[in-house]
Write a protein that binds this ligand. Structure first.
Ligand code: SF4
Length: 277
């Protein structure tokens, strides 16, 4: 798939974040060429046209390093999530190195950095990403390469992401596996879940798991893949993932029980809401 690139200017580099464990988020790119069909970043950005072209248009923030250079000197220290609405190691990063220069700066000024990616390009930066001040999370939704290719067409294959975890863990960097989104009847079978958890066991990584979030425009982009995999699922999906959440409670207990059996640490991404039902 061809991707259109055009640079933009940003006013801020570090934005306040409400995500658990993060004080700031930093996104060197607007848009993400991984083009995951379940991605809800477009709804966070709030631009419908951009949402419908998600994965096809990427705007690198050409002045982000200069802006960050000013901000690291005056903003209070805290953990920076890199990144929260794009993948910091999407293909264009290989050429531009915006993420690399940003994390280098953050580290030099004493900010902790929490990286989340689906790309093996992060291994390029092993010389910067050290045990103190960094953690690396890889998102894996399935170990099935073919299914991953349909859900996350531009991302590295699941085994390459597993290798990322293995490599950083062996270097003493804290790692975690983000297992999500879990989608009913797509990647929620016991067999599929077990394969991901076994991989976490092999790489000695804790799991943070989450379900599909049907925010604005997600279903529009997800529907063609769902219909090819499970005819009629698109219609049933809102009820399955909606307020009653019987499916999700069953899935949570399945994950927790497999993790217990394999002695893998795991936790839900948003621990408060399942028990608040
Ligand atoms: S890698 Fe993350 S930000 Fe990029 S498309 Fe996939 S889910 Fe969205």
């Amino acid at each position: 798939m061809s991707v259109e690139y055009s640079s933009i200017i940003c006013k801020t580099a570090l934005s306040p974040s409400k995500l658990p464990g993060l004080r700031y988020s930093l996104n060197p790119y607007r848009g993400c060429e991984h083009g995951c069909v379940y991605c809800y970043s477009p709804s966070v950005i709030g631009d419908r046209e951009f949402a419908m072209n998600w994965g096809k248009v990427v705007h690198p923030k050409q002045n982000i390093v200069e802006v960050l250079t000013r901000e690291v000197k005056r903003k209070p220290k805290g953990v920076v999530g890199v990144s929260t609405v794009c993948d910091p190691y999407q293909q264009l990063e290989a050429k531009l190195e915006l993420t690399r220069r940003c994390i280098e700066l953050l580290s030099r000024y004493g900010f902790d950095v929490s990286i989340q990616t689906k790309s093996s390009l992060v291994l390029r930066d092993v010389d910067i990403i050290k045990p103190h001040g960094f953690e690396v999370g890889a998102t894996i939704t399935t170990m099935d390469r073919e299914l991953a290719g349909k859900l996350e067409p531009g991302a590295s294959p699941p085994d390459a992401r597993a290798h990322v975890l293995e490599e950083f863990a062996s270097r003493g960097v804290e790692t975690w596996l983000f297992f999500g989104p879990i989608i009913p009847e797509i990647n929620d079978s016991a067999e599929s879940i077990k394969k991901v958890i076994e991989m976490a066991k092999r790489t000695n990584t804790k799991i943070i798991y989450d379900k599909l979030n049907l925010r604005r425009w997600v279903l529009d982009r997800l529907a063609p893949v769902l219909e090819r995999e499970r005819l009629g699922l698109t219609k049933r999906l809102p009820a399955l993932t909606g307020k009653k959440l019987g499916w999700w409670l069953r899935t949570c207990s399945l994950i927790e029980s497999i993790c217990r059996g394999l002695e893998v640490k795991c936790e839900p991404a948003f621990p408060s809401w399942p028990s608040a039902l």
